[in-house]
Design a protein around this ligand. Structure first.
Ligand code: SIN
Length: 295
């Protein structure tokens, strides 16, 4: 029996494979056995409903996806009545991705999230004019928001970092000092798509957030940098396609990973990755995932 369990601070996960915020919805329960996952992060919730950006909102690129959703959601009241009860039926650990346009809004939403495994603080969305990566690029704001959120909840707090910074070690350190239990490294990278018909940027907000295999080496490097500078558990996120990518993230310093765009290509990827991880560990003679990093 191979043990895939991993720890994020004091939180034990049965395995390191989490589904990222915004890439899955309840119809996936027909394809994926959610009970096998380490956990899921739900689409971002704000205190009030948010319309999101005008279409088009998503397009494919070579080796990736670029989106400009703009954090559309129906707000906390809808989340509490309609989504949370369904999340609780999934049989896996639930992390709620939260965001606000001010520290006050972050406090408000953080104080309302209950009965889940943790919250993921989104200060890194590149697709909004207020909040998002504007907050996440400023270590002082990262510290203040993290501290404010931690002051409102007893749940473990994960801070989803922006890759659009010179020193991701600095923002990771700020999250740690603010009281974060872990950081997610990292969100999508800002990028541009030109529409050849109009000869203008495809998205109304000009840029979108690039995800998928194109960004894997960049996000992996962010994990490596944080691991070597800050003593905080890291959830690796960016371009994971198969079990080898998971192992790379693990060896670079992640304790868990989030699967994102791959879900659109291959909805069975999470389960295939878990099965292949077990096979690889068995072939190499490892009894558990943690042994991979033992010298
Ligand atoms: C979006 O809603 O625009 C994507 C979410 C994110 O980048 O955090």
């Amino acid at each position: 029996m191979i043990d895939l369990s991993t720890k994020l601070g004091s939180l034990e996960l049965q395995n390191p494979v989490l589904l990222a915020s915004g890439v899955w919805d309840f119809p996936y329960t027909k394809i994926i056995d959610f009970k096998r996952l380490g956990g899921v992060i739900c689409k971002g919730v704000s205190p009030f409903p948010k319309e999101g950006n005008p279409p088009p909102r998503i397009t494919e690129t070579h080796c990736g996806l670029i989106n400009s959703i703009g954090l559309e959601n129906k707000g906390f009241d809808y989340f509490e009545c309609e989504i949370l009860p369904e999340l609780k039926k999934l049989g896996t650990k639930i992390f709620v991705n939260i965001f606000g346009e001010s520290i006050e809004e972050f406090k408000e939403i953080a104080s309302k999230i209950k009965e889940v495994a943790g919250v993921e603080v989104n200060i890194s969305c590149p697709n909004v004019s207020k909040g998002g990566e504007k907050f996440g690029k400023d270590p002082k704001m990262v510290f203040s928001i993290t501290k404010a959120v931690c002051g409102e909840t007893d749940l473990p707090v994960i801070v989803k970092l922006s890759p659009s910074v010179e020193n991701i070690e600095e923002t990771a350190q700020a999250a740690k000092e603010g009281g974060a239990m872990a950081v997610t490294a990292s969100n999508t990278f800002p990028g541009l798509v030109i529409d050849l018909e109009s000869k203008r940027p495809l998205f109304k907000r000009i840029t979108g957030g690039l995800s998928g295999p194109a960004i894997k080496p960049l996000a992996l490097y962010n994990v490596y940098r944080i691991k070597n500078a800050v003593d905080i558990p890291i959830i690796g996120s960016g371009g994971i396609s198969d079990y080898k990518d998971v192992l790379e993230y693990f060896i670079a310093g992640a304790s868990a990973v989030q699967l994102g765009s791959i879900i659109f290509n291959n909805p069975l990827a999470p389960i295939e990755i878990l099965d292949n991880l077990i096979c690889w560990l068995g072939e190499k003679g490892y009894k558990n995932l943690k042994d991979v990093n033992k010298k």
